[in-house]
Structure formats: C-alpha cells, structure tokens
Design a protein around this ligand. Structure first.
Ligand SMILES: Cc1cc2nc3c(=O)[nH]c(=O)nc-3n(C[C@H](O)[C@H](O)[C@H](O)COP(=O)(O)O)c2cc1C
Length: 417
C-alpha cells in the first residue's frame, strides 16, 4: 500500500515532498506555517493579501495609519474613488514580508506566495505588477496566481529578471479557465510551472457559482490531465479541495497528479495565523454549521462557518485604511449594500448588512471564518481536553500524517494531558 512519501514532485532536478500547504489570506498561512512546510521538504505558501496591514502587525510598519491619515477627510464620503495605494508602500510591504520569510527558510522545500488577483486595490494592473515583481525581487521561490485569475498577469512580470527562473503557477477550477489562460499567455513563450486544480470543497473563495455542489474535483482533474496529454504539454497538475487524509492524496498521486495542495487540516496548527480561540470554533464546527454564501464583495462564493461575526455585520466601509477590494473605479459592492441599509434605516444606531460583508476589515480581524468543506472532520484529528476544548496540533504532525499515513487513517498527536 502506497503512501505520499513514495512520490516526489519534480521541478527540474529538485525533488519535493508532494505536499503543498495552500495560501490562506490575510496571514492565515503565516510565515511560520510556510517555513515549517519548507523545512519538512514540501512547499508552503505565504499570502500577499493585505500585506501593508500584515507587516504593520508583524514588523511594526505604519502603512495603514499613514494611508488613513492621508484620506481622513474622505471617511464619511460614499465615493471612494480617490482612495489610492501608494505603490512604493505596497512594494515595501511585499519586500519586507517576502524577504523576512525567505531569510528564515531552512530545509529542502520551497516557499511560494499566493497572489489573490481579486484584490484590485483601486488600480488593478499597477498594484498587481508591484506585488508580483516585489515578491520576485525579494527572492520568493514561486508565485501562485489565485482568485480572479488575471489573464494578463504573466505579462506584468515579463520584464522582471526572475520571470523565467522563479516557479509560476496558476489556480483554475475548470479546463476552460486553463485554456483561456494558455491562449492569452501564448505569445510570452512561458508556460506555467504547475497548475493547481481547485475543486468545490476548498476553503476561501470558490471558482464556481452557487451551483458548486454539482462539480467534483476528480472529474475536473481527469479532464485537465487528459487535455494536457492530448496537447503533449508536460505541466505538473496539483489537485486541491477536500483532500483530508494521506490516502486521499495517494489516490490522486497514483493517477498522475504531481502533488496535492491542502489547507483545512492546517487551520488548527499552532503555526497557523488564526488565533487559538477561533481555531476552537473550527474544531467545534459540525457539517451544518458551514455554508457557502455570496457575501464576499468579490462576487465569488465563499465557504465559511455560519457563526462568523462578519455575517450580517453592518460596519462602516473602511476603505481609507484598507480598500483592497476597490475596483478600477473605486467601487466595492459592500459600499452600495451599506449605503442602502443606512438610507433605509436613517435613525438606527446600528445597522445590519446581510447580503455583503466588509471583507477587508473582517478578514483583517479574523472575523470571517472561512474554511474548507471538511472542517467538520477536524475534531477527529485531535484530542479533546478535559475543559471541552481541543488540543492544537503542530504543522509537523499534520504534515507527517499526510506524508506517511495509509488506510485513510489519521494519526492523533501525543496527548498533552
Ligand atoms: C482558511 C482558508 C483560507 C483560504 N484562503 C485562500 C486565499 O487567500 N487564496 C487562495 O488562493 N486560496 C485560499 N484558500 C484555499 C486553499 O489555499 C486551498 O487550495 C484549499 O483550501 C485546499 O482544500 P482543503 O482546505 O480542503 O485542504 C483558503 C483555504 C482556507 C481553508
């Protein structure tokens, strides 16, 4: 019976344990988590979502307060179009986060950055170029382009000296999206180095509509693998979404996948960015405590725990401080939803907005508990303490469980009791 450790992901002469911890935005996939994956011989992701606020917290920069001060007079206005990011500050926060991570890297694995392209930041092309090139300049091993796959992103990096040497990958949820990307980037003569195929059971934003339940990962992976074979294109395919045990992973590796990308199991690791109190909510969640909804202003469905404080909150849009989801015209769907509720309830002290959420503020404060479909199985991966809480795991324990387990078994950690 095979285990994940019988396989290797090959990048040229490099051999990597075929376990990738996926990017989890706003510092949920922390430096510490990514560093552990690399130390153990796999691939870890940091996320480039909202880096100015992340480095403020981690490295004591002052990017958010500087921006907030600059646009103070705009706070009460509904028009946010003048609220722009200072590109030099975006570049500096990327440089800081990436270089600090890469300096601390040990072991034979790699560290990639997950770049969520839906963070349009009121100037999509310019801010994305700075984020992508900033990460390359700071020495990242690779970049995974995610949510909102911008068909022009490779071109934004084409003049960077590392464009052909860093690993560049894409996340797609259909063969059609892959074909579109390949067509659009054909003139660059630069194929992606890997393709993550993310199915409907993943955490974060989904690349499907609200009919997500009608799709399944294995069918999409098979279709994409067959297409690459037919076209004689040799690119590693990496399934993601709902791969919960080592045996789940082996079933993909045995049928031609090069590695797997996983995330949900690591949300309850001590190295993960989610505060421990909230990790307990992930452990406790039952299947019917989890939903896929449309409250993200990105327009993509998102999976989350139903008791997330972000659901139904009615806070004032905080674009002067954050503003990561403002589109090229300075617009975000939450602003419209919020203004509508204010107009409907002019005398209310507190309002509730049900259809959209202020994702920037809520992700920043860990109030949007996005999670994978199998979050309800996390309770089976640890011990329950005498006080009813669950024992937080180490990333090493979870990584090794994926790497060495067989028979769909999940190894429990040594009990701390
Ligand atoms: C808490 C959480 C946050 C996530 N955030 C992001 C993100 O910011 N960008 C992204 O591309 N994928 C994100 N994902 C998806 C993961 O990177 C990964 O592909 C997927 O969740 C793997 O499936 P699994 O969670 O069932 O193992 C997130 C997943 C989780 C659980």
């Amino acid at each position: 019976m095979k285990r994940v450790d019988d396989f290797r992901l090959r990048f040229g002469k490099r051999e990597i344990v075929p376990i990738i911890i996926g990017g989890m935005g706003v510092d949920i996939s922390s430096r510490e988590l990514a560093l552990e994956a690399a130390r153990l011989g796999g691939i870890g992701h940091i996320s480039d979502a909202m880096l100015p606020t992340v480095t403020d917290r981690l490295d004591k920069t002052k990017f958010v307060s500087v921006k907030q001060k600059q646009y103070k007079l705009n706070v009460k206005k509904t028009d946010k179009s003048i609220v722009k990011f200072d590109l030099a500050q975006v570049a500096e926060s990327t440089r800081l986060h990436v270089s600090k991570t890469m300096e601390a890297k040990r072991g034979d694995g790699m560290i990639f950055v997950n770049c969520m392209e839906k963070l349009t930041m009121n100037a999509p092309r310019e801010t994305l170029r700075v984020r992508l090139c900033g990460a390359l300049d700071a020495g990242i091993d690779g970049i995974t382009l995610s949510a909102g796959l911008h068909l022009g992103s490779f071109a934004l990096m084409e003049d960077n000296p590392r464009f052909r040497d860093a690993k560049l990958g894409i996340i797609v949820s259909s063969l059609r999206a892959l074909q579109l990307f390949m067509r659009k980037t054909a003139r660059l003569n630069r194929l992606p180095d890997y393709i993550v195929v993310e199915g409907p059971l993943a955490g974060g934003h989904l690349g499907f509509g609200m009919d997500w339940a009608q799709y399944d990962l294995r069918t999409i992976v098979t279709e994409i693998q067959q297409h690459l074979l037919d076209e004689k294109i040799d690119i590693p395919v990496i399934p993601a979404g709902g791969i919960f045990t080592g045996s789940d992973a082996v079933s993909y590796l045995e049928t031609g996948s090069a590695a797997v990308q996983v995330a949900t199991r690591f949300t309850v690791a001590k190295e993960c960015g989610i505060p421990e109190k909230i990790q307990q909510e992930y452990f406790k969640a039952n299947e019917d405590d989890i939903e896929v909804n449309m409250i993200s202003p990105t327009g993509y469905p998102m999976r989350m725990i139903k008791s997330s404080p972000a659901i139904g909150a009615g806070i004032r849009p905080n674009c002067e401080a954050f503003g990561y989801l403002l589109d090229a015209n300075g617009h975000c769907d939450y602003i419209d939803a919020y203004n509508r509720e204010v107009a409907l309830h002019p005398d209310a002290k507190k309002i509730s907005v049900k259809d959209k959420t202020c994702l920037c503020t809520h992700m920043r404060n860990y109030d949007c508990w996005t999670c994978g479909h199998y979050t309800y199985r996390l309770k089976d991966t640890s011990h329950r303490n005498a006080d009813g809480t669950y024992q937080i795991l180490t990333a090493e324990h979870i990584f090794h469980d994926y790497q060495f387990s067989t028979d769909n078994k999940i190894a429990l950690p040594p009990s701390s009791a």
